[in-house]
Design a protein. Sequence first.
Length: 185
Amino acid sequence: MSQVARGPESAPGGAGAACDAAADAGVRVVEGGSDGRDLTIAVVCARFHGEICERLLHGALECLSKHRVPKERVTVVRVPGAFELPLAARTLAASGADAVVCLGVVIRGETPHFDYVAAEAARGIALVAAETGVPALFGVLTVDTEAQALDRAGGRYGNKGEEAALGAVRMANTIRALRTPPGAR
């Protein structure tokens, strides 16, 4: 007998179809749902490239509201830039957040500065998740131009802040499910 622990949005033939096949094969399938009503989510948002970061933040907060994360269980922390995201994220992960959304923008310039900041932000955020066991989602735009950033902050390619927030809800629920022994509910 299989155990499937996943959200109600999974539908036959949809993104959950592979999980349906696994469940049909008799294995335990764990997939985090998108209901955030019992979650505490932290959002760390850089100030550098402020207009774009504000759009990312708006998308993230709208998403958390849409997925029923209570406003009183959402914390927004501002940091100077993308390089500072990991330290704040780690502190929030250690303070009890179920997931941390990291938002920022790094735009390529004429010097290698972009490479260092983008790489260290990505590495640091990944380390937060690996070392704390708390999902830390990478909502940092790493682009060549401001126009590309705007396209990804509510423009023609959607809002990566919203995508990161939804990922945070789903990952927080996945981690909770993984920590629940099979058969327990």
